[in-house]
Design a protein around this ligand. Sequence first.
Ligand code: NDP
Length: 278
Amino acid sequence: MTHEHVPGMDLDNGVRIPQLGYGVFQIPPESTQEAVEGALEAGYRHIDTAAAYQNEAAVGAAVAASGIAREDLFITTKLRNGDQGRARAAFEESRAALGLDRVDLYLIHWPVPSQGLFLQAWRDLEQIYSDGLARAIGVSNFLPEHLDELIHAAAVPPVVNQIELHPTFQQRALADASRRHGMAVEAYSPLGQSEDLENSAVIEISLRHGATPAQVVLAWQLASGNIAIPKTATPARMRENLASVSVELTPRDMEQINELDAGRRLGADPATASFSQY
Ligand code: NDP
């Protein structure tokens, strides 16, 4: 499986994003360069990091060491909650840590409504976009009420909402609202932090296809039109997850997985999450 097999998706501003990427949350900074080098070697061309993950420099080092042409890579990073009042300066720190002239996608990591700063931060992101330093800008963890407020005020509309989304937590209303606003839905914790791989329906479908549970869940993500950014520190699983692009689920398989939604959130609730280290 090579990067050429990974489908691309056009964001609303015309920028193309590989639909399957590699997430580096919770990979310790000292292991991240090796992990990302492994992911690039396996065929990933889309890497998802964040200032809060404290591994942007290691991502940048892996990118530099890879020798892969910059235009063939798609690098996302995110604005930390505690930096919403100084988004431009924080962006410059991320860009320097990554060692990139520009990033492909820059996201507000969480809305933190209690802070009341995301509109101010968005104005900085709009400027970063107009200055050509981010090819696309978007948000993460925004609920419909945050999207409404943002879209109402935005001069440049966000093109991505990165949200927790997996078979047991499908967030259909939020995904639909995001798409209605012209945003692509990017699924984080796309495997349900591996817990959804234990689901008996997922296992049954995987046996029928001669695939693994992770491949079935990722194939469901892609066929649902989501961008997915699974994390694994295990090289064999990097290849396994990438090979999900060749798994074709039937309409009945899709329906069976659609029925698994249990409203089971694993991460923080964006309505109240306010951790400043993020
Ligand atoms: P995932 O759903 O990607 O699950 C990761 C877990 O699944 C790890 O324990 C990994 O283990 C395991 N795993 C991966 N592949 C396989 C496989 N083929 N078979 C069995 N187990 C597997 O959850 P994450 O929460 O890590 O989310 C992925 C990415 O999403 C993050 O890295 C980050 O980029 C993004 N994210 C964004 C957030 C936001 O607020 N915007 C919040 C959370 C995540 P191992 O590593 O040991 O192989």
